[in-house]
Design a protein around this ligand. Structure first.
Ligand SMILES: [Zn+2]
Length: 307
């Protein structure tokens, strides 16, 4: 018996090339950002350990999760850029979502650890009291706030320029981390002015909760992509777009799913019963072109039904 040869789906070369470019650019930016994150986190943790400033330690830990998340994203992007093989016929794009999911999970765990440590310190301050904080604690948190704000701006600018969701998401992360550092500066100032160390430890509890909340949001967004869900509004938009193509008489089904930043579609279209196979091949090409002009379409399967 002759050996059966199967070819994979007709993957859009344009979308693949665009995705590769995006990944290259994101990798470049992320490695640049990683160095800064490690530096800021290192200094904050060092000063935090020496001065026992709980909120500074919490902010340092938040920046450690930032570096950790960046490393995970870089690993994920490395795998995502690999070409398709016999096992992954549509490519390895989902590795990016998987990396985002893991980075969200690590954020939640670090946030919980942060809350636990801060609560223990609150207890010990309550029982034993503590000396006043030295002014040195303000510098690392202040520097962190300014640097992260600049990073957020740069990433946002690049993300807007190339409409790259990975860079826009990282800009959002930087902005929230900059705000966290800003709040840290405020809490440290208040602690020094009022000489009430509980402001410091309780703000650390607040920061820990904030890290958990942000991590949870990242987690749920990537889980929605990984679990084969699809935005119903986008589905309706796609159906409306299909109906504008001449020859389409009705739609039986539209099913979409996310693959990284792109989408894959399965469609059941109603056409005139007397169309030939050649006619439907032409119609399929027109449909794919129209859809690719509006969406980042990796490929679509189309089934034709007589109306
Ligand atoms: Zn593979």
């Amino acid at each position: 018996m002759a050996k059966i040869r199967l070819s994979g789906p007709l993957i859009s070369a344009t979308t693949t090339a665009a995705n590769r470019m995006k990944i290259k650019r994101a990798q470049h930016w992320l490695s640049l950002n990683l160095g800064l994150y490690v530096l800021i986190a290192g200094i904050e943790l060092l000063v935090g350990w020496q001065t026992h400033a709980a909120v500074l330690l919490a902010d340092g830990e938040n920046n450690v999760t930032g570096s950790f998340a960046t490393i995970l994203l870089l690993v994920g992007l490395h795998f995502a850029a690999k070409p398709s093989d016999a096992y992954h016929v549509e490519g390895h794009w989902q590795f990016e979502s998987l990396a985002v999911f893991l980075s969200g999970l690590s954020m939640v765990l670090v946030g919980l650890n942060c809350i636990w440590l801060a609560l223990r310190q609150t207890w010990s301050v309550w029982q034993l009291g503590r000396g006043t904080l030295s002014g040195i604690v303000l510098y690392p948190a202040g520097a962190s706030a300014v640097i992260l704000l600049v990073e957020a701006g740069l990433n946002h600018w690049q993300g807007q320029r190339f409409s790259d969701s990975a860079l826009l998401a990282s800009a959002q992360d930087y902005f929230s981390d900059a705000v966290t550092s800003g709040v840290t500066v405020l809490a440290l100032c208040l602690t020094m002015v009022t000489h009430w160390p509980l402001i410091d430890t309780l703000s650390a509890v607040g920061l820990g909760s904030y890290i958990c909340w942000t991590g949870g949001q990242i987690l749920s967004r990537s889980a929605a992509k990984l679990s084969n869900g699809f935005d119903p509004e986008r589905q309706v938009g796609i159906a409306a777009l299909i109906l504008t193509v001449p020859g389409v008489q009705g739609i039986k089904a539209v099913h979409g799913r996310y693959v990284g930043d792109s989408i894959v579609l399965e469609l059941a279209i109603q056409v005139a019963p007397q169309l030939t196979v050649t006619d439907t091949v032409r119609l399929r090409q027109q449909l794919c072109q129209r859809l690719a002009s509006q969406e980042s379409l990796l490929y679509c399967w189309i089934e034709f039904w007589p109306s």
